[in-house]
Design a protein around this ligand. Structure first.
Ligand code: GAP
Length: 444
């Protein structure tokens, strides 16, 4: 089979597994769905929360130089005027004179573009027009221009607008960062590829405030940090590529941008970004609002606008890349098994506990004790349906790293079997050692 077909097949398998096992459902499905909207189901919300808490722990809790923020999603529209989003956050669109479908000019195949031909009906395409990607809404009951507001297209602006509040309340010295996780909205013209490009998505962003003369050094440090992060998701280095974004393609605020691209089944595409935003945002907001957003050096009393390095991560693209990297198939026919080799910190359940036989009350009682005790600290599944092989198979498919079985020997010596998802091998372990085992696996 050609490489492309295998890759497309992989995407189909992931989408189907996500639906079947409760990771990700099509949005508003009972009403026939809503194009490109997706709901995270019981297991999807776990993996998504795990990505976010791993990130928060790594970049906020474990660092002295970064603090968190959770800013409002709908901000004063003046924010978007000052940030340049009202003027510049747009895609060039061409419209077909016959079927009126619109296309992103830069995404049309060049032959069609040369002929100005609509890919859907062959009609004539018009001249490109800029289309702003921000979602507009109205505050209050009157739908008037004076009440227009926008859903934020990036979380970043919250960090700039609150810069002074954070500085005053945390007494941080440069360099320091503000981190935020939250929803962003973009009226994308060509959403698609499952959760890769949607109109509503989540970002994890850091605005890292620095002195201008250290931007290259800090850029380099963050570049390394991003590679370390991708390792934590289980992504292989050979599938990650850096793209130096050329000046004409960079966002209006950026002096340098690197896209971290991943080999997705539908093509190598942007996973994350790293940008040097200069002092564009702070100086623009200071000029537009009249607020003093300068930083005062405590030793020299010098006042200046800090410059900014911005590493940015999409949560949904992280989940998609982690699922794709984790998907494994092994064996043939009846012996075939599918497993998600997710890093334990991302896996929805850290373990599943089973009684060997459902109809033996003494086994069920003991297994419940083990389950309830571990559940106090870790997210653990319980299963007593079917035979043990089927339970293993079901847990493999949702990425549960370990299965714990309480059998007759447990009743004699308080040990259980611990089965490893990736090797399918089992070993016996005292119940008393389970907590230390999981603590080590998850946190070391
Ligand atoms: N604050 C800078 C910024 O927003 P961006 O490259 O436009 O930069 C950052 O977006 C990240 O957000 C991307 O690298 C990607 O992971 C994610 N992202 C952007 N648009 C997205 C969309 N339509 N659907 C899902 N994720 C998206």
């Amino acid at each position: 089979m050609a490489k492309k077909e295998i890759q497309n097949e992989l995407m189909e398998k992931i989408v189907s597994l996500c639906k079947r096992r409760g990771f990700i459902f099509p949005g508003s499905e009972i009403y026939g769905g809503m194009a490109n909207s997706w709901d995270y189901g019981p297991l999807g919300v776990e993996i998504k929360n795990n990505v976010k808490s791993l990130w928060w722990n790594r970049f906020v809790h474990r660092r002295d130089d970064i603090v968190g923020l959770d800013a409002a999603l709908i901000m004063n529209p003046k924010v978007w005027e000052a940030s340049g989003h009202l003027k510049n956050f747009s895609d060039p669109l061409v419209e077909c004179a016959k079927c009126h479908h619109r296309f992103r000019e830069d995404m049309l195949e060049s032959e069609l573009l040369k002929k100005a031909e609509c890919p859907d009906c062959g009609g004539k395409l018009g001249k490109p027009k800029q289309f702003n990607l921000m979602f507009k809404t109205f505050i209050g009951p009157a739908e008037e221009q004076a009440n227009v507001a926008y859903f934020r297209p990036e979380t970043a602006q919250g960090m700039f607008v609150d810069f002074k509040n954070v500085l005053d309340t945390t007494r941080k010295n440069l360099p320091f960062g503000i981190a935020q996780i939250g929803k962003a909205f973009r009226n994308e013209i060509t959403p698609g590829n499952f959760i890769f490009r949607t109109r509503e998505f989540e970002q994890m962003e850091i605005e890292y405030f620095i002195r201008e003369n250290e931007w290259e050094k800090q850029f380099e440090l963050w570049r390394k940090e991003m590679h370390e992060w991708m390792k934590l998701l289980g992504l292989e280095a050979k599938h990650i590529h850096e793209l130096e974004v050329s000046e004409d393609k960079r966002a209006h605020y950026s002096k340098r941008t690197i896209d971290f691209e991943y080999d997705f089944p539908f093509g190598t595409s942007e996973l994350y970004g790293l940008a040097y935003r200069t002092d564009f945002d702070l100086s623009s907001h200071a000029a537009a609002s009249g607020a003093n957003l300068k930083y005062k050096d405590a030793e020299t009393n010098e006042e200046f606008f800090p410059h900014v390095i911005e590493p940015t991560w999409g949560v949904d693209r992280s989940v998609l890349a982690a699922l794709l990297a984790a998907y494994k198939e092994e064996g043939e026919g009846d012996a075939k098994r599918v497993y998600l080799k997710l890093p334990i910190r991302l896996a929805p359940y850290k373990a599943a506990v089973f009684p060997l036989l459902k109809n033996k009350p003494e086994l069920v009682k003991k297994a419940r004790e083990v389950y309830l005790s571990l559940r106090k600290k870790y997210f653990i599944d319980w299963d007593e349906r079917g035979n043990i092989g089927k339970r293993y198979y079901a847990q493999d498919e949702i990425g549960t790293p370990y299965c714990i079985t309480v059998d007759f020997e447990t009743l004699e010596n308080d040990t259980v079997t611990l089965r490893d998802r990736d090797t399918a091998k089992q070993k016996r372990i005292p119940i008393a050692e389970l907590d230390a085992f999981f603590h080590h696996e998850i946190y070391s």
